[in-house]
Design a protein. Structure first.
Length: 167
């Protein structure tokens, strides 16, 4: 009887590992990134649905204490991982433009800052309302991480390293 139980347990473990492998490697995970194009500080267009490298899209607001608190940590992650990925910091449409511009001037973080003046970017990412909300987009355009609240830095750093091992 114990032999049958251990065989069933083994089959269950193999099935679970197979499912995990399938969902990790072959599935779309959290879906595809929306077809949104932003411009970096040099005026180069970046299509978030077809990035050349992983991109962390972070929705934030100047009135959000969690957003402001996590930005130095995002900057440190960018400094540590360098050109392996990009951060696109998207300010919410309800945030006054002058307030956002002042914050960016006073905090020259190594991000691509984008103002979502009409709310179209937040809408494209599934009606983002809460900040901070972050999405990690793989080079194939799949969203591989989504977080409402502060980023899980260790987890995101490891995912970025897995997606860009050659750098």
């Amino acid at each position: 009887m114990q032999n049958i139980g251990s065989k069933l347990f083994g089959i269950l473990v193999v099935a679970l590992l197979g499912s995990l492998l399938y969902f990790t490697v072959f599935s779309d995970g959290l879906g595809k990134a929306p077809s949104v194009t932003v411009k970096d500080s040099q005026g180069q267009s970046i299509d978030l649905s077809q990035p050349k490298k992983p991109i962390l899209v972070n929705f934030w607001a100047t009135s959000c204490p969690g957003c402001i608190a996590e930005m130095p940590h995002l900057a440190k992650m960018k400094q540590t991982l360098g050109d392996r990925f990009e951060i696109v910091a998207v300010s919410m449409n309800y945030d006054p433009a002058k307030q956002v511009e002042k914050f960016i001037q006073n905090n020259p973080y190594p991000f691509i800052f984008v103002m979502d003046k009409d709310g179209k970017i937040a809408e494209a990412f599934g009606e983002v309302l809460l900040t901070p909300t972050s999405f990690l987009i793989a080079p194939n355009g799949n969203i591989v991480y989504r977080q409402v609240g502060e980023v899980q830095f260790d987890l995101v750093s490891e995912r970025i390293k897995q997606m860009s091992p050659q750098l």
